[in-house]
Ligand binder design. Structure first.
Ligand SMILES: CCCC(=O)SCCNC(=O)CCNC(=O)[C@H](O)C(C)(C)COP(=O)(O)OP(=O)(O)OC[C@H]1O[C@@H](n2cnc3c(N)ncnc32)[C@H](O)[C@@H]1OP(=O)(O)O
Length: 249
């Protein structure tokens, strides 16, 4: 199984469990995220956490060993759309969603964390929208969410530079909610949040969702997915993926 879902103390936690491949996303993880959404609606938790196994990586994006076989725009689009749709459903869950960024979050991994309401970033973690180095854009909605989350120039810079940022840089540009040294920092965050009644958190989330609906967030995400699918089929993308996968051979 590529993921775990656990409910404890009113917190529903989704853990990507593929540390050997830096928690890259495959179809099973995408299905798991769909199951997470269903479980939120069934169990009514106070908070949702998305995290991953190990300390090296939160998520290295799409599993390139699998998705390298998607060659054309029409082949790439269904994968991008499926993940984009489930991330939008996660973003618009009625309760706060917290990314516990336990290590590197790059490419689609950075998109997943950006879709969350809060990002608790371990001090050793580095994160970035490195998609540009693969000659594509973000394609799961993360670019659109970055522009909703941090000031425009910071978002555009982070997306366009396509490099990894340190935890300190992420705190400075507003992407990281808090940099945490250890589990104690995470517990302190939730202790503080739990002082406020769940219905208050839900009400604020509802206000945020209304804003996203009125600014047609879903349409903007769909346009991002379409643009990424177009770039996906270029030789420049496939050559870059091949270079990454063959780097040690
Ligand atoms: C589809 C939406 C957009 C996207 O997500 S495009 C994908 C963007 N992701 C990438 O370009 C992959 C980036 N990965 C990396 O840069 C590095 O692996 C990373 C995360 C910095 C970690 O570096 P290191 O700790 O040095 O680990 P490493 O590179 O030796 O990786 C360990 C093993 O995992 C593999 N791996 C890492 N990320 C992967 C991925 N996304 N898809 C497929 N395989 C991946 C890597 O090839 C290596 O495998 P092996 O042990 O050499 O067989």
């Amino acid at each position: 199984m590529s993921y775990k879902i656990d409910l404890s103390g009113g917190i529903l936690t989704f853990t990507i469990d593929r540390p050997h491949i830096r928690n890259a996303i495959n179809d099973e993880v995408i299905q798991g995220l769909e199951e997470l959404v269903a479980q939120v609606h069934n169990h009514d938790p106070q908070f949702v956490i998305i995290t991953a196994s190990g300390e090296q990586a939160f998520c290295s994006g799409g599993d390139l060993s699998v998705y390298q076989h998607l060659r054309t725009r029409n082949e790439a689009y269904p994968m991008l759309k499926k993940m984009g749709d489930v991330l939008y459903r996660i973003k618009t869950l009625p309760v706060p969603v917290v990314a516990l960024v336990n290590g590197m979050a790059v490419g689609g991994g950075c998109e997943i964390a950006t879709a969350c309401d809060y990002r608790l970033v371990r001090s050793h973690a580095k994160c970035g929208f490195i998609q540009g180095t693969l000659a594509i854009t973000s394609g799961w909605g993360g670019g659109t969410y970055a522009m909703e989350t941090i000031p425009h120039a910071e978002a555009l810079k982070m997306l366009s530079e396509a490099r990894v940022y340190t935890a300190q840089e992420l705190l400075e540009n507003g992407w990281a909610t808090k940099v945490v040294e250890s589990e104690a920092g995470v517990e302190a965050f939730f202790q503080s949040m739990k002082k406020i009644r769940p219905e208050v958190h839900r009400a604020y989330k509802e206000i945020a969702i209304r804003k996203w609906q009125s600014s047609h967030l879903k349409d903007r995400v769909n346009e991002e997915i379409r643009l990424c699918a177009e770039l996906w089929e270029a030789d420049a993308h496939h050559d870059a993926v091949e270079r990454f996968l063959n780097k040690k051979k």
